[in-house]
Unconditional design. Structure first.
Ligand SMILES: [Zn+2]
Ligand SMILES: [Zn+2]
Lengths: 337, 532
């Protein structure tokens, strides 16, 4: 039995470490926040001070302001916050994504944030951190979500692009502005290395990746091209919000695709009205989620967003773990897929 | 099977008609005739009987995947489709790579259809084995076949165009050869591509020529005397085929309805062999044409009672001649076809007549007559260009329907929701859609207009044709067409369709109409401007 305070507790602002006096990915303003990565549902405005992975600094500053009170930390380099020993470890989700390892009086908790186990040339690979307690995401926490190898998806995407190019059509690929877009650019850089055109909303984050030294295929902004440019045979990346807007008029009969884990389900593919859905996600699928929990050795698990109830129940019943779901205010806040 | 699953995925993935045609042409070009014949069977909307229920399918998948049942339920709730849920979950079970690739026809004829004769445990063992030998795409198609729910997102018109391109034939020829039920045999496929020996199918009708709604003023059609005018009857469009001593009556839905209308069959026997007439099946008593509801009593049932025969006698009113003395005369001018038709039918029994011409010297006079359509029990006027050929499908320019009452449309049922109170367990709240640029756009909800029997029947149909669930709402396959009547129409920014109608109600269930023939949003918007 424990007779001391928990390493982590849930407050109205989010997960809080009393010994360290800090929150992790809080959704309301707090004095001191450790943020796992730059997605807007994890890194919010208005905290007194931010801690995060040093390599993600450019992303955070672009999102939250150039004068953000921020302290960057190298992966694996421990630092003290109050009575807690803290270190950040790659989560493999997007550039600068970090699992937060928190050690208090010998008890270790890891808040993974969003993560994936699959190789991604645009960010450091997930590092397994053994722990007593593990806070996991559950975005795709149903056994229907199981990813095909990413390399195969990229093969399909390149083949689709080439087929479109042969009939002189533009390939319009929609994906999230932070993470997926740069992962694709990095993957394409390793394939054909051809230049890709960008919707204006993607330009800034692509720059942040380049500044951090990530090799991407060459890019150019659609808006910088002359009015006469028809983008025949070219590949254009855009955020989902640009679908079915007047911006699309720049392209004659483009072939459209959406790249997301959600594309795994036919109803989702059809409802969104894209010509193609490529199933590629920056989150763990079901088998990797369960495997990761297993491998951390954690006996206690908190499921923090997505299909939390489902995953917690499964871990309790099938794995005998002490697993709970917390109601996260971040759900539905437009997270990536 | 692999090729057919890939075709299914390709058709499912795109909304663009050219991409769909390309995918079909590529498939058919490479497929063996037996496989092509079965593929065409499914592409034209025919189905095999359900061999495995969807809950049974899920139960079998549970055994294969070792998941707790509640997790299967949650997965199913997230996907909304048993065949797909099972196909996705089975990704967890390694496939046996050595499995032999079998064509679609072999799958159906040697595996799937013979399941009928197996016991439940034998069926389960067979299906579990098949799952292990297939990739996800194929598993999905197999599951759809097993549950009798395979539906391909492609219109008949596109299938016809694809085959026409493949075989380098006129689409009209392909459309004609495809009329009637399709038998999935290699011989039928060969005949489709190469033409038949003439005796192959004496019952085969021609594709119907469909009129377009007249939106402009009739004077824009040019001189009045270039046009024939007839009443637009409110019955069931039909084709009367008399060949080799037998009569075949086809409805617009390409259904053989001869037995339901014995009066017409008898009268048709008086026609010379090698005659095909286009016309309208109408309920008709001594006082003349009866309301459509009377005809409906003859359509809904297979067994005709003496009472319904007596109370709703029928008549075939011909308005076109498609085949004369065994010759296809669709290319002959409308006026001349009409003259020959009149000569041919002049001596026929009363159950077979010719739709009379509506005579009026000029357009204003004709317009005045049109306003009396109600008194004649008709919907308005048909205008047919005197020199027009009989074409296939809906082609603008030669045939116009000039309807009287614009405040009704034929719309497609797309969503259903359970009612409340007495009807809490029945799907009685319907949402209807109209065509807009190849897509169905929801435009009105209606709750009333069907009788209890029809509601129960539609409810059963809805349950078997759910495509997707959104909370309590069920999206259903866009198949059923209903005539909606309403009181008024106005522009509305709140509605996705851009229009709002007042007091919409179901006027009748148009079982005779395929969804592709429902009205378009554009046509109803024109009503708006016409009334403004
Ligand atoms: Zn994220
Ligand atoms: Zn997230």
């Amino acid at each position: 039995m424990r007779d001391r305070r928990a390493v982590l507790e849930l407050t109205p602002e989010g997960l809080f470490c009393p010994a360290g006096g800090f929150h992790v990915d809080p959704w309301r303003p707090v004095p001191r926040a450790v943020v796992t990565h730059g997605h807007s549902d994890h890194a919010r405005f208005g905290h007194g001070h931010y801690h995060g992975a040093a390599i993600g600094e450019g992303i955070l500053r672009r999102r939250l302001g150039a004068d953000l009170p921020f302290t960057g930390h190298g992966y694996g380099a421990p630092f003290a916050l109050g009575d807690a020993k803290v270190s950040l470890h790659p989560a493999g989700h997007v550039l600068g994504s970090a699992q937060v390892r928190i050690e208090v009086e010998g008890e270790v908790w890891v808040v993974a944030g969003d993560y994936k186990r699959e190789a991604d040339p645009s960010c450091a690979p997930f590092e397994l951190v053994p722990c007593d307690g593990f806070v996991t995401e559950a975005t795709f926490g149903l056994p229907i979500y199981r990813w095909d190898p990413g390399a195969r998806v990229i093969d399909d995407l390149v083949a689709w692009w080439e087929a479109n190019a042969q009939s002189g059509r533009t390939s319009l690929v929609f994906c999230y502005a932070l993470g997926k877009a740069q992962r694709l650019l990095a993957e394409l850089g390793q394939r054909n290395g051809r230049a890709v055109f960008l919707h204006g909303a993607l330009v800034s984050m692509v720059e942040a990746y380049r500044e951090a030294g990530v090799a991407l295929t060459p890019t150019a902004a659609v808006s910088d091209q002359p009015k006469s440019e028809r983008f025949r045979g070219e590949l254009v990346l855009a955020p989902p919000s640009a679908m079915a807007t007047t911006w699309m008029r720049r392209f004659t009969a483009p072939a459209t695709a959406f790249v997301s884990g959600w594309m795994r389900v036919r109803g989702q593919r059809r409802r969104r009205g894209y010509d193609r859905g490529f199933v590629l996600s920056d989150h763990v699928d079901w088998p990797d989620l369960i495997r990761t929990v297993d491998e951390t050795g954690a006996r206690r698990v908190i499921c923090a967003h997505g299909q939390t109830d489902t995953v917690a129940r499964y871990l309790r019943e099938a794995k005998g773990l002490d697993a709970v779901a917390i109601q996260s205010l971040r759900d539905g806040a437009g997270d990536d897929g | 099977m692999k090729a057919f699953a890939a075709l299914y995925a390709a058709l499912d993935a795109t909304t663009k008609t050219n991409a769909k045609i390309d995918a079909m042409v590529a498939y058919f070009a490479a497929a063996a005739p037996a496989d092509a014949a079965w593929a065409l069977f499914f592409l034209t909307g025919q189905r095999i009987k359900r061999l495995v229920g969807s809950s049974t399918l899920r139960a079998w998948a549970l055994e294969a995947t070792d998941l707790p049942p509640w997790l299967m339920d949650e997965s199913y709730a997230a996907v909304g489709d048993s065949a797909e849920t099972v196909a996705l979950l089975l990704d967890a079970v390694p496939t046996t790579l050595a499995s032999l690739e079998l064509g679609l026809a072999a799958w159906l004829e040697t595996r799937i259809l013979p399941l009928r004769d197996l016991t439940e445990p034998e069926r389960q063992a067979a299906v579990l084995g098949w799952w292990r030998g297939l990739d996800r795409e194929q598993r999905f198609v197999l599951n759809k076949l097993l549950t009798g729910a395979l539906r391909v997102g492609v219109s008949r018109g596109l299938v016809v165009r694809a085959i026409a391109r493949l075989a380098d034939l006129d689409p009209a020829v392909v459309g004609h050869r495809l009329m009637g039920p399709w038998r999935p045999t290699p011989a039928a496929w060969q005949q489709l591509l190469e033409g038949d020996d003439g005796a192959a199918d004496a019952s085969r009708p021609y594709p119907f020529f469909l009129a377009s709604p007249l939106e402009a003023a009739p004077a824009s059609l040019g001189p009045r005397d270039r046009w024939l005018a007839e009443w637009k009857w409110d019955g069931v469009r039909g084709q009367l085929v008399k060949r080799q001593g037998a009569v075949h009556l086809w409805s617009r839905g390409e259904e053989l309805v001869t037995e339901r209308f014995p009066e017409i069959e008898r009268a048709g026997l008086a026609l010379p062999d090698g005659t095909v007439l286009d016309g309208e099946i109408l309920a008709w008593n001594d006082a003349g044409v009866m309301p459509f509801a009377a005809l409906q009593t003859r359509i809904g049932r297979l067994k005709l009672s003496a009472k319904s025969l007596r109370e709703a006698p029928v008549r075939f009113l011909a308005y076109d001649l498609l085949e004369e003395a065994g010759q296809d005369v669709r290319g002959v001018a409308q006026g001349e076809r009409r003259r020959r038709l009149e000569a041919l039918v002049a001596t026929a029994p009363p159950a077979l007549g010719v739709s009379p011409l509506v005579e009026a010297a000029d357009w204003p006079a004709l317009a005045a007559l049109r306003l009396q359509a109600r008194h004649h029990g008709v919907e308005g006027l048909m205008l047919k260009r005197r020199d027009a050929a009989y074409r296939a499908g809906r082609r603008r320019g030669d045939w116009w329907k000039w309807k009287l009452d614009p405040l009704s449309v034929d719309a497609v049922l797309i969503y259903a929701q359970a009612g409340s109170g007495r009807r809490a367990n029945l799907f009685t709240d319907y949402t209807f859609a109209l065509w807009d640029d190849g897509r169905l756009v929801p435009f009105a909800k209606a709750y009333s207009g069907l009788d209890d029997k029809e509601i129960a029947e539609l409810d059963r149909w809805i349950r078997r044709h759910v495509v997707e669930r959104f909370g309590p709402v069920r999206q259903v396959a866009p198949v059923q067409v209903f005539e909606l009547a309403f009181e008024g129409i106005q522009v509305s920014a709140r509605h996705k369709s851009g229009i709002a109608v007042r007091f919409p109600r179901i006027a009748r269930w148009r079982r005779d109409k395929p969804a592709s023939e429902a009205d378009s949003l554009a046509s109803i918007k024109r009503l708006l401007s016409a009334r403004a």
